[in-house]
Design a protein around this ligand. Structure first.
Ligand code: HEM
Length: 503
């Protein structure tokens, strides 16, 4: 009899381990004064593939957040789901987000989710690491966003004028999305590498130019990275190398290496100042070459900033125009404010003082932000104030390894915060409204988007120039609704097709 017990012992191990784990969690929860979290009812409670396939279908149908929204509606503002055997919390609760991003920031990290998935393309840098590595990267890029840098609008103005020359004045339909992407490609390459890709200069789009190759290769590399992002880390370790994707990464790397080698050559010949055509005082590439000749380190740092820089501001500007074209009364009111400034030159201070303009941008960031969520991994046990008990109003305990998605896009449309018209585009709601943890399009805490002021200034600049030049802006897309493209940012799958009429 004992030999039968011993021979079948392996069969008991897993259930015993699961039981022990459950007991251990229950005790820890009790000790921390927490209640069980509200949990999603999976049909596949072990791997959660039921939810995964629903989310993937929603994303293909053009509303990537539809499933999250319906979960919040049914269960509450913080819900525990299962993702490939792990606890995966979804939250749209501002108190929980504040806890994760501010007082308990040490207990959450980006690295477990980002580093392995992004490594072959982005390497180590501000986006993919935590701790000392992240701190070092953040220190290196912060000078990019000083007041002096942001106020330097002369070169940006040149790029904007080149873009405006390409916008038809006679009511012909134009898709603003690709034009805006070119604009911000030109300005971000200048800002980060000290040399613009000059995509908006007709001659620079010649076959084989950086302006032609970089966006295509970058998009291909990002789409492969997005797929990896969705896979569990253990699959990443065992799956065969995706050669096609690696070739795309290598193509981007070769372009960036070209920028680095050129800069190294210039610095060797001590010609940086005289040959540099950019008025920016702090150029990241230049500063990195000054401190090291490790090309891989430099490339990783550059890519980790170029990745969020390249498209986001262009997508946001496109989303503002998308909404303005569908709300002509807002365009008209905004134009009145813009015309009031007359011929004054567009400085950082002047743009900042335009209240309705900022209300329009804030409102777009509320309902149609390019980034509407963030993933964190719990690194040490942490109590979140909401999400437990039958009503979800009791504290819950997160354990190391649990993942949590901060769906701030859903919080930005919560009728309990914004009222019954929460889904509508109403810039007037910003009149006299103070910002707090219920509105965090750039997130908050020490990992807040460092480019926030820069983005707001540049987007405001482009909008003012458009409104100065054009009297009207009409939607020319048969599809009135916003349909999400399947990319990292929340951008329109159908572009931003509009027609402008001259003043
Ligand atoms: C509309 C435009 C933008 C929005 C809405 C936005 C939003 C965000 C958000 C929500 C995060 C936090 C991500 C997370 O931790 O999961 C973030 C981080 C970051 N953003 Fe932005 N961003 C924008 C544009 C930019 C631009 C133009 C740049 C660069 C020039 C940039 C650079 C960064 C960097 C480097 C981080 C990582 C910060 C860190 O982890 O310390 N962003 N951004």
């Amino acid at each position: 009899m004992p030999s039968l017990w011993i021979s079948t012992f392996p069969l008991y191990i897993l259930p015993l381990y699961l039981l022990w784990r459950k007991l251990h969690l229950w005790l820890a929860m009790r000790q921390a004064g927490c209640s069980p979290p509200i949990s999603y009812k999976h049909t596949d409670p072990f791997l959660g593939t039921d939810l995964l396939s629903k989310k993937s279908a929603a994303s293909q149908n053009g509303d990537a957040r539809a499933i999250d929204q319906s979960i919040f509606k049914t269960y509450g503002k913080t819900v525990r789901t299962t993702l490939l055997g792990k606890n995966y919390f979804l939250t749209m609760d501002s108190q929980n987000m504040q806890t994760i991003l501010a007082p308990s920031v040490e207990k959450f990290g980006n690295e477990p989710m980002n580093r392995e998935a992004c490594r072959p393309f982005l390497g180590d840098g501000i986006i993919t690491t935590d701790g000392a590595l992240w701190k070092r990267s953040r220190q290196l890029i912060i000078p990019l966003f000083t007041r002096a840098q942001i106020s330097e609008l002369s070169t940006f103005s040149g790029h904007v004028e080149r873009m405006l020359e390409r916008v038809p004045c006679d009511g012909e339909v134009v898709d603003m999305q690709p034009l805006l992407k070119m604009l911000f490609l030109d300005s971000s390459t200048e800002f980060i590498f000290g040399r613009s890709a000059n995509a908006l200069k007709t001659d620079s789009q010649a076959e084989g130019s950086v302006a032609e190759r970089l966006p295509v290769a970058f998009d291909d590399a990002l789409s492969g990275m997005r797929k990896r992002f969705m896979l569990p880390r253990v699959v990443l370790w065992i799956m065969p190398r995706d050669r096609k994707w690696l070739e795309k990464c290598a193509e981007v790397h070769a372009i960036i290496d070209g920028f680095i080698e050129e800069e190294m050559e210039l610095q060797k010949r001590e010609k940086v100042a005289s040959e540099s055509s950019t008025p920016y005082r702090y150029v990241l590439l230049r500063e990195l070459v000054k401190i090291t000749d490790d090309k891989l380190f430099i490339r990783n740092e550059l890519l980790n900033i170029f990745f969020p820089a390249r498209d986001t501001a262009g997508v946001l500007t496109g989303n503002v125009i998308f909404l303005l074209a569908r709300h002509p009364h807002v365009w008209k009111k905004l134009r009145t404010e813009v015309l009031e400034i007359g011929q004054k030159s567009l400085s950082f201070e002047l743009l900042k003082s335009m209240k309705y303009l900022h209300a329009v941008i804030n409102e777009t960031l509320r309902i149609l932000a390019p980034v509407d969520g963030s993933w964190k991994t719990c690194l040490a046990p942490c109590v979140l104030p909401q999400g437990g008990g039958p009503k979800g109003d009791k504290p819950i305990l997160l354990q190391s390894g649990d993942q949590v998605e901060l769906v701030f896009g859903a919080m930005h449309k919560d009728p309990m915060i914004w009222g019954e018209d929460a889904e509508d585009f109403v810039p007037e709601r910003w009149e006299g409204r103070k910002q707090n943890w219920e509105y965090i399009p750039f997130m908050g805490g020490r990992r807040i988007c460092p480019a926030q002021q820069n983005v707001l200034t540049d987007v405001a600049f482009v909008l003012v120039r458009l409104l100065q030049k054009f009297e009207g802006c009409e939607n020319r897309d048969e599809c009135v609704e916003h349909v999400d493209a399947q990319v990292f940012t929340k951008e329109s799958r159908n572009g931003v097709k509009v027609a402008f009429t001259l003043a």
